[in-house]
Design a protein around this ligand. Sequence first.
Ligand code: FES
Length: 171
Amino acid sequence: MNNNIIATTSARARILTDEEIAEIDHEIDLYPDKQAVGLEALKIVQKHQGWVSDESMLAISKYLGIPISDLEGVATFFNLVYRQPVGRNVILFCNSVSCWIMGCKSMRAHINDKLGVDFGETTDDKEFTFLPVPCLGDCDKAPVMMVGDDLHRNLSKESINKIISEYKTRS
Ligand code: FES
């Protein structure tokens, strides 16, 4: 399967890029049926586009031949599939029990003050999106957050300042 597919049911139809198609085809080879590739396809498109628009969702649905309702279900269940544009850096902030006990509330307030955004919001300069997530699996190093693919442990106001400065200067 190597032809680009156009999502025709939307006035803003998009075409999957050759790169996206190559990566999705690679996943198709690894799984017994296309239904199982839905999540991987969403992640591939998100990696390339930054998020998964309705037009991308339609394109994936048509390419894999699976209902869009199934894909929407997958995207809803895995809350790390972004259905709205996000900033260049996504902060995934753990607000589960251990992090709560270890003071994540004041760390959240510090990020609110520093970036001017709360959960679900993106900074005006589009540098950071701030999202809550359930336990990141590193409870003994709480409070914990991720920025992009990087895990940051034992957060303090000072370390948060440093982390934010580092990601801001990355281009
Ligand atoms: S509760 Fe935050 S990492 Fe587990």
